[in-house]
Design a protein around this ligand. Structure first.
Ligand SMILES: *Cc1c(COP(=O)(O)O)cnc(C)c1O
Length: 379
C-alpha cells in the first residue's frame, strides 16, 4: 500500500473540489486499504473531515487518537446514539424519528452534531425532499443538537451519460431553497459526481465533497478515472510456494477443469479467495510474475491458486522459484479494473474484499515500514 499515492490523490481531489473541502470516506477500513494509516496520511495533506459507515468505525479512529470531524454515513440505531455522544461522532439524520431520538439523547451541555440526509433519488436513506424543512426547523430550535450539515447522495453519478444525477441535484436545490436557514456544510458529491457534474456542483455553496474510491487511485470505471490524475495505491501480491513441471494431460485444481495441453511449468501461489482474490477469476485472471504476464489456471482455491509459467524450457518458467513474488493487481501488474472485470464486479468490491488475514505493508516516499507478519499475500 503506497501512502504517497493516497497523498497525491488527495491533493488532486482537493484541487478539483475547490472551493469545497474534501471529506475523505474511509469506511470499510478505507476500502480495504487500512483506515488508520490512510487517515494519518490524509491529515498530512490537510484533510480534516472524515466519513465512515458505522459508529464502531468512528470509535476505532477516536481510540487511535484521531480528533478531526468524523461523520457516520449510515443511519443510527437508537441504541447507538450514546456512542456518537461519547466519541464525538457526527450523526446522520435520515428520518423524523431519528431526529427525535437525537434530541432525546443529546444534551445542551453536550449537543450531538447532526447532518440531515435528504433522499433525492438514491432510495436508500433520507427524508423525502419535501419533508426536510420541518425536521430542519425543529432541530434548529434545539440546544441538544448542532445542525452541522445537510446532504444527499447520487445514484448514477459514475455514469457521465446519465441525466439522473442532474435531476437529483435539482431536487436537492429545491429542498435547500425551502429551508429558513442553511447549515454550514452542504454536501452531495461522491467521486463520480465530482468527476461528471463538475460544472454544476458550484451551484451548491462551498461545502464538502465526499470522496472515497479516488483517494485510493481508482474510480468506478477506467474511463472515469481518466478524468483526473490518480495513482492506484494498492498492490496485492503473493509468493510462489511451489514450482513443478507437469506432463501433458495433468489436471490442475478442484474440479480438474484445466488440463495441461503440453508439458508445463506450474507455480502455486499462496493466495486465494480466502484472501479476497475472487474465485470468479478462475480461467480468466492473469498475474504479473518475473515481470511478465501469465495466466491463472484451474479453479482458484481458498488459500492458493496456480499459474501457468510456460513450457518447461521457457526462460521465465526456468527462472521462477519458490519465494518469488507475483502481483495479482496493482500498478505493476493487472489493474483492479481487470480483476473486477474477471470477477464481474466493480473495483470497490475487489479492494474491500481483501480479507483481514492479508498482512498490510505500507510504504511512503519516506521509506518502508516493516511488514506486520511474515506471510504470503501482502498489500
Ligand atoms: C461510500 C460513500 C461515498 C464515497 O463514494 P465514492 O464513490 O467512493 O467516492 C460518498 N457518500 C456516501 C453516502 C457513501 O456511502
Amino acid at each position: 500500500m503506497d501512502l504517497s499515492a493516497v497523498r497525491h490523490n488527495a491533493r488532486r481531489l482537493q484541487e478539483r473540489a475547490e472551493p469545497a473541502a474534501l471529506m475523505a470516506v474511509v469506511k470499510a477500513d478505507a476500502y480495504g486499504h487500512g483506515a488508520l494509516p490512510v487517515v494519518r496520511a490524509l491529515r498530512k495533506e490537510g484533510v480534516r473531515h472524515f466519513a465512515v459507515a458505522r459508529p464502531a468505525e468512528g470509535q476505532a479512529l477516536r481510540d487511535a487518537g484521531i480528533d478531526d470531524s468524523i461523520l457516520v454515513l449510515g443511519a443510527p440505531l437508537r441504541s447507538q446514539l450514546p456512542t456518537y455522544a461519547a466519541y464525538d461522532l457526527d450523526v446522520t439524520i435520515p428520518s423524523a424519528d431519528v431526529a427525535e431520538a437525537v434530541v432525546e439523547v443529546g444534551s445542551a451541555s453536550a449537543p450531538l452534531r447532526a447532518h440531515v440526509k435528504i433522499d433525492t433519488g438514491m432510495g436508500r436513506l433520507g427524508l423525502p425532499p419535501d419533508a426536510a424543512a420541518p425536521v430542519v426547523r425543529q432541530l434548529a430550535d434545539r440546544d441538544e443538537v448542532v445542525l452541522e450539515g445537510i446532504w444527499t447522495h447520487f445514484a448514477t453519478a459514475d455514469d457521465p451519460e446519465s441525466t439522473f444525477a442532474g435531476v437529483q441535484l435539482d431536487r436537492f436545490e429545491d429542498a435547500l431553497a425551502a429551508l429558513d436557514s442553511i447549515p454550514a456544510c452542504i454536501h452531495a458529491a461522491n467521486t463520480g459526481a465530482l468527476l461528471t457534474l463538475n460544472g454544476r456542483l458550484g451551484e451548491l455553496s462551498a461545502g464538502l465533497v465526499r470522496s472515497g474510491i479516488a483517494l485510493y487511485g481508482l474510480a468506478a470505471t477506467e474511463e472515469l478515472a481518466d478524468e483526473i490524475d490518480l495513482r492506484p495505491a494498492l498492490t496485492l501480491s503473493a509468493r510462489v510456494t511451489q514450482v513443478k513441471t507437469v506432463a501433458e494431460g495433468t489436471s490442475i485444481s478442484y474440479g480438474a477443469t484445466w488440463t495441461a495441453p503440453a508439458p508445463a511449468r506450474i507455480a502455486t501461489l499462496g493466495v486465494g479467495y480466502g484472501d479476497g482474490y475472487p474465485r470468479l477469476g478462475s480461467g480468466r485472471a492473469t498475474v504479473s510474475i518475473g515481470g511478465q504476464c501469465r495466466p491463472v489456471v484451474g479453479t482458484i482455491c481458498m488459500d492458493m491458486c496456480m499459474v501457468h509459467l510456460g513450457a518447461p524450457d521457457d526462460p521465465l518458467a526456468r527462472r521462477i522459484e519458490v519465494g518469488d513474488e507475483a502481483v495479482l493487481f496493482g500498478p505493476n501488474g493487472p489493474s483492479a479494473y481487470d480483476v473486477a472485470r474477471w470477477a464481474e464486479t466493480i473495483p470497490y468490491e475487489i479492494c474491500c474484499g481483501i480479507s483481514p488475514r492479508v498482512p498490510r505493508r505500507y510504504v511512503d516516499s519516506r521509506g518502508e515500514t516493516p511488514p506486520e507478519a511474515p506471510s504470503s499475500p501482502t498489500l
